[in-house]
Design a protein around this ligand. Sequence first.
Ligand code: FES
Length: 106
Amino acid sequence: MTRAADKMGPDDNVCLCFHVPLGKVTRFIQREEPKVASLISECLGAGTGCGWCVPVLRQLHRQHAQGEPMEVRVDPELYASGRRSYRRTGERPSRDPDGSGPTNDA
Ligand code: FES
C-alpha cells in the first residue's frame, strides 16, 4: 500500500489543465514578483482553464508575499481527484484543494 504524500513536490502539476508543475510556478513567482495572483497566468497559462487551481495559485502568491515558504500541503493524487469531481459537478469540496480552507483573497 502506498502512503499518501503530505505535500506536492516540484514536479507535481499545480495547474492540471496546462500541466504546470509547482516548481515552475514558484520559480515564476520568485523571479517575476507578480503584483496580483492573477498574473501567475503568465506562467504557461496557469489558472486560465477550469479554475480548479486558482485558490492554490493565490495561496502560493500570498505565501511568497508574506515571506513564507511556498508549499502546497495536499497529496497530488487527492488534488487530481478533487479536480475531476470539480469538473464533473462544478462544486468544490468544503475545503480548498490545498487543504487550507477557503481562500478568498486575491
Ligand atoms: S487546473 Fe488550473 S485551470 Fe484547470
